[in-house]
Design a protein around this ligand. Structure first.
Ligand code: CP3
Length: 351
């Protein structure tokens, strides 16, 4: 494997000294880029794009051609695991992800298979291998998965939801069924992430998009406990380097201390948190990733620079910060505004 030419992202995750703050953007490959829309049209459906290693690699690299980003993220989706478990993932135009066969009963859960990453999910590993080869050491490659709780919400609801009625109904009424589901997901996610690491992912991130809809008691029992299992089961080294793991619970700002105790290397922060107080709360234990409001990218260049500066000065001097948005980039922003953001991070982040 070729040597990394830019490792400031990995260094910041491990709290090693950096020349400036590294930056990448959640959903950096996506519909706000015209070149993404062109490749997507060529591929057919979103899943056709994910399943084609060459095209998945092409869209992964697109944002790196435009911007001076410090990491690449595998182009895929968190719902590949439930799809491989047989739920039948599809995307209804304008309605987001859906499953043909959502989980309803304990017996549905008992029958769920444990997908083999190098079989049913081999297309993901092929994408990782292709991207890693094509990156040729330019920047590190991030692998990812959904958290068990977040995957369970889609699997039980059958798609996106506003009130989480079905999944919370199962959690309250039939906690044993829910625990069985989360336990199965935690082991599948662990093997999936370990396979991504074996295939070439140099850091991994767990997206807990829906942990923040839980009460503190339920968050610990139904989301955090299973992310803890994953952190404990991960391969923490590859090519003689530590493979850092980042946990991101959207809306989870009140739980940073207990999240940091899982043994993860970094925490993702959404924009509802003040990064200076977050840093005080977690101390030296973990790196922080975030946390500019994605909507800042609708503003002018001067405003974007000001907001970038606020996040960087908010974190303060020293390593342990990876700049990112507080959630995924929006579809309708002007791609040129991302150039302003990335360059401002590297300028203001100089140590
Ligand atoms: O960050 C990246 O650039 C890597 C790719 C990535 C995608 N999805 C690509 C994608 C990542 C890391 C994800 C994670 C993901 N997927 C999450 C967790 C992160 C978060 O946003 O909270 C969730 C909840 C999903 C589920 C999902 N997949 C949703 C809600 C959607 C959008 C549906 C829609 O139509 O708006 C998807 C589809 C999806 N995943 C797209 C992309 C680029 C858009 C698909 C398209 O081209 O039509």
């Amino acid at each position: 494997m070729s040597e990394l030419k830019n490792d400031r992202f990995l260094r910041a995750l491990l709290k090693q000294p950096v020349d400036t703050t590294p930056v990448w953007i959640m959903r950096q490959a996506g519909r706000y880029l015209p070149e993404y829309r062109a490749t997507r049209a060529k591929a057919g459906s979103f899943m056709d794009l994910c399943e084609n290693a060459d095209l998945a690699c092409e869209v992964t690299l697109q944002p790196l051609e435009r911007y001076d980003l410090d990491a690449a993220i595998l182009f895929s989706d968190i719902l590949t695991i439930p799809d491989a478990m047989g739920l039948g993932l599809y995307f209804a135009e304008g309605e987001g992800p859906k499953f043909e066969r959502p989980l309803k009963t304990l017996s549905d859960i008992q029958q769920l298979p444990d997908p083999d990453p190098e079989n049913e999910l081999q297309y993901v590993m092929n994408a990782v291998r292709t991207i890693r080869r094509e990156l040729n050491g330019r920047v590190p490659l991030i692998g990812f998965s959904g958290s068990p709780w977040t995957l369970a919400t889609y699997m039980v609801e059958g798609g996106t939801t506003k009130d989480f009625g079905k999944v919370k109904g199962m959690m309250f009424e039939n906690p044993q069924a829910m625990h069985l589901l989360l336990d199965k997901l935690a082991s599948s996610v662990t093997s999936y992430l370990n396979a991504q690491i074996a295939a070439g992912a140099q850091a991994v991130m767990v997206f807990d998009t829906w942990g923040g809809v839980l009460s503190p008691e339920k968050y610990k029992e139904f989301s955090l406990a299973y992310m803890q299992k994953i952190v404990s089961g991960l391969t923490h080294e590859a090519d003689g380097r530590r493979v850092p793991v980042t946990l991101f619970t959207k809306g989870g700002g009140q739980w940073l201390e207990i999240m940091a105790e899982t043994g993860c290397d970094a925490l993702g922060l959404d924009w509802t948190q003040d990064i200076a107080s977050a840093r005080q709360r977690v101390g030296d234990k973990v790196t922080l990733q975030g946390n500019m409001d994605p909507s800042v990218l609708y503003a002018s260049a001067d405003t974007i620079k000001d907001e970038v500066k606020k996040v960087i000065t908010g974190f303060g001097k020293g390593t342990g910060h990876v700049f990112n948005l507080g959630h995924g980039i929006h579809q309708h922003i002007d791609p040129d505004n991302v150039t302003v953001l990335v360059d401002a991070v590297h300028e203001y982040g100089k140590q």
